[in-house]
Design a protein around this ligand. Structure first.
Ligand SMILES: [Zn+2]
Length: 227
């Protein structure tokens, strides 16, 4: 099993990261549960939602009261303030945004596609975590489509701040990292604590699924579990 992660997340006592495609397509819960069992995480303690590129965030404050699996609720962000459970999202080019507090151990995980980003989901995710009283927040952006591959039309580019928009050979590209960092800073985070490693899902076929590249519904799993 190959998991992309941030050592600071593990040092803070969490288990989590983004799986490479070698673990298979994580579209269905049974595939995900197999992974949790291998990691000695109780599958019934992992929360799931149905992603709709929205700005909706679900809060979990009691590990005995996770959202239902049937039917899954529509949302794109998690805020977890309790121990003994975790939360998952699925991506295939969208950004898995991981935020956690090293002291309180509250954490947030959101599925940030470009639509969710222009709806300010990163800003709202950071705000939600800050409102728990978290003061020692670190963050990590998991593998996603990077500016080398994320070509857009002008009408999409117009939705982003100018410094996120790149022009190259008559084409337009978006740097989602720049956009997200701007929102996290506006929310009040110290962005020197946010890491943005350059893993491009679209450009690295060996390690990642990519909707943009393959046009097949195959998903990578990102998760955080707090023991
Ligand atoms: Zn790329």
């Amino acid at each position: 099993m190959k998991i992309y992660t941030d050592n600071r997340l593990l040092s803070a006592g969490f288990i989590g990261g983004t799986l490479s495609r070698h673990s298979g397509n994580m579209c269905d819960l049974s595939a995900q549960n197999t992974i949790y069992e291998q990691l000695e995480i109780p599958p019934q303690k992992m929360a799931h939602f149905h992603q709709t590129h929205s700005d909706r965030i679900i809060t979990i404050s009691d590990h005995k009261n996770l959202p239902p699996v049937t039917p899954l609720q529509d949302a794109d962000g998690w805020l977890v303030t309790t121990s003994g459970c975790g939360a998952a999202i699925l991506t295939a080019d969208c950004v898995p945004l991981f935020l956690w507090d090293t002291q309180s151990k509250a954490f947030a995980l959101s599925h940030c596609g470009w639509r969710g980003i222009v709806k300010k989901l990163p800003f709202l995710t950071a705000k939600a975590l800050l409102q728990t009283g978290a003061k020692h927040i670190q963050g990590w952006l998991g593998p996603h489509i990077q500016s080398c591959c994320f070509e857009v039309q002008q009408e999409v580019a117009d939705l982003f701040i100018p410094k996120s928009v790149l022009h190259k050979n008559g084409k337009i590209f978006i740097n989602l990292n720049t956009e997200i960092l701007q929102q996290l800073q506006e929310a009040g985070l110290d962005i020197s604590q946010i890491k943005t490693p350059y893993y491009c899902t679209c450009g690295d076929k060996e390690n990642f699924f990519s909707w943009r590249r393959d046009h097949i519904r195959q998903n990578l799993l990102s998760f955080i579990y707090r023991p």
